[in-house]
Design a protein around this ligand. Structure first.
Ligand code: ZN
Ligand code: ZN
Length: 114
């Protein structure tokens, strides 16, 4: 049910393995989506069903989910990288947690998990 996307920035930062959605057994309690973690300066998949949202790597602060934070995107892309229950990631430019420029892009990966 869920799938993976990757993120990469012109500064060299990348994360090849970001999960989106939930698995067959966990979809009522888990909805992963990529988020901007300022404390760790990385993109992490956080569980949107969890309150408060926390970084799975234990960083301080609250990671900001890209799909719910319009200020993390400067240019909207025409294509969709992911659409999970209306939570969309498009092909535009997002803010990179590493260099803080709007040059991070998400890419679709044809990998699924259940
Ligand atoms: Zn973090
Ligand atoms: Zn960057």
């Amino acid at each position: 049910m869920g799938h993976f996307i990757s993120a990469s920035c012109t500064c060299g930062y990348s994360n090849e393995h970001l999960s989106i959605g939930g698995g067959m057994l966990t979809f009522t309690t888990v909805c992963d989506h990529p988020a901007y973690c300022a404390a760790g300066r990385h993109v992490v998949a956080v569980n949107l069903m969890e309150q408060p949202i926390t970084c799975p790597e234990g960083c301080a602060g609250t990671p900001l989910p890209y799909c719910k934070t319009p200020s993390l995107q400067i240019k909207r892309g025409k294509g969709l990288v992911s659409d999970w229950d209306g939570l969309k990631i498009n092909t535009g430019l997002y803010k990179c947690p590493r260099c803080e420029a709007y040059s991070l892009q998400f890419h679709e990966k044809h990998a699924y998990f259940d």
